[in-house]
Each structure stands twice: as structure tokens, then as C-alpha cells.
Ligand binder design. Structure first.
Ligand SMILES: [Zn+2]
Length: 223
């Protein structure tokens, strides 16, 4: 069966400050069991693991998205797993691409990634809720909260995309973290000293919405 990423809006919508929630969190499970995203008003990072879609607030605390929550941006896929590949212990976010290349991953295609393990060094960030008029994302993340963990077990999920996807999908490796006890998480800034495995799943197709509701149709997008 084809593996399909479902995405609620182009990444550019988030970049230009379209932070209102346009997708109910309850809808995410219809599109898959793994995902990343950002909540309404940028109030938290979304990390979907094993079919549970968590909201990670600015204080890094994670909990399943409450009823009525909605997503400004999200990418969700039905992840079916695969053979876990052991990661070299010195793997970092910088060396991960080469590690994956060594396993035959193409730089031109899109993949779902899942890393399970213990991380000697991990840095995450969480966005802070924004209010109207919304700033561009780059401005909003200037006040992000950042967290450093010395040794923490958990799961990273997300996507690897080629640079050519531009402003449609976040390019490169976009990973969100959820601790093994499911209590903290965030958008991954960096990691190292990993004792764990990665699974990589090729994505066949990308199903993206171009919403004609919310702010995006009327927001000035840089050329
Ligand atoms: Zn993120």
C-alpha cells in the first residue's frame, strides 16, 4: 500500500505567520499514526507517536492533545515501521544524513524517520503562544524556550525531505521528540551520543492541502 504524507497547509503558511488552527486534532488519526506540527496560535509543538498526538507546551511538558485542540500546521503519515537500523553511538543531527546515505537512502526522495533510544545530549525547543497580529515564524521563534537534557530516553519522529521542496515542506531533517515516559518533548534542535536505532520509510506520495480558509489566502507571501 502506498505510504502517503498528509499535510494541512504548505510550510510557507506557517513561515508567514498563519498561526490559527485550521485542522482539528481529532482529525489527525484519520491520516496516520505519526506526525509533527504546531498548534493553534503556535501554542505548542505537536508530536504524534504510535497514534497518539501530543501537545508539547512552552514549558516542554507533553500531554495528549486535549479535546477541541487544533493545528496550524501538521504533517501526518501512516507509519508501518520497518527494520530498525542501529545508529553509531557518535551519531548527531549533523552526521545522521551520512548514516542514512550509507543505508541507501536517496537525497532526492522523502522519508519518514523514527529514532528510538537514549540520547546523551539533546536540545529541544518549544514555541510560545502568539497573539494577533501574528509575526512571521522566524520572529516568533526568537522567544522560543529551549531545553537541554543530559541523558534522556525517548522517541524522535519526523521527516527527511530534499532541499528542493522549498517552502512546501520543511526541508532537511525535521524531528520532534517525545520522552519515553511521554512527559516532555519538543522540536529537536540537536542531539548526540545516541544509543538507539533508526527506522526509515520511503514516502510514495504527498497529499497537501492549500486551504482557502484562515489567513493564508490573504497574507502577503514573499516571492
Ligand atoms: Zn518542528
Amino acid at each position: 500500500m502506498a505510504v502517503v504524507i498528509w499535510q494541512n497547509a504548505p510550510a510557507m503558511a506557517l513561515e508567514v505567520g498563519c498561526f490559527d488552527g485550521i485542522t482539528p486534532a481529532e482529525e489527525l488519526a484519520e491520516h496516520g499514526n505519526l506526525g509533527v506540527g504546531a498548534f493553534d496560535q503556535l501554542d505548542g509543538e505537536m508530536v504524534g507517536v504510535d497514534g497518539v498526538f501530543h501537545q508539547v507546551l512552552a514549558d516542554s511538558r507533553a500531554a495528549p492533545a486535549p479535546p477541541g485542540a487544533s493545528l496550524a500546521f501538521c504533517m501526518v503519515v501512516d507509519y508501518t515501521g520497518g527494520d530498525p537500523l542501529p545508529l553509531p553511538p557518535d551519531t548527531t543531527q549533523h552526521t545522521l544524513p551520512a548514516v542514512l546515505d550509507g543505508h541507501g537512502v536517496s537525497p532526492n526522495l522523502v522519508y519518514t524517520l523514527r529514532i528510538d533510544g537514549t540520547f546523551a545530549d539533546l536540545r529541544t525547543r518549544c514555541v510560545r503562544p502568539q497573539s494577533r497580529p501574528y509575526p512571521p515564524l522566524a520572529e516568533a521563534t526568537r522567544t522560543q524556550t529551549e531545553f537541554a537534557y543530559d541523558r534522556i530516553a525517548g522517541t524522535m519522529v519526523g521527516f527527511r525531505t530534499p532541499a528542493y521542496v522549498g517552502h512546501i515542506m520543511p526541508p532537511g531533517h525535521h524531528l520532534h521528540f517525545l520522552s519515553a515516559d511521554r512527559t516532555v518533548g519538543g522540536h529537536v534542535l540537536s542531539f548526540g551520543g545516541v544509543d538507539g536505532t533508526v527506522t526509515v520509510e520511503h514516502v510514495d506520495r504527498h497529499d497537501i492541502c492549500y486551504p482557502d480558509t484562515g489567513d493564508f489566502p490573504h497574507t502577503v507571501v514573499p516571492g
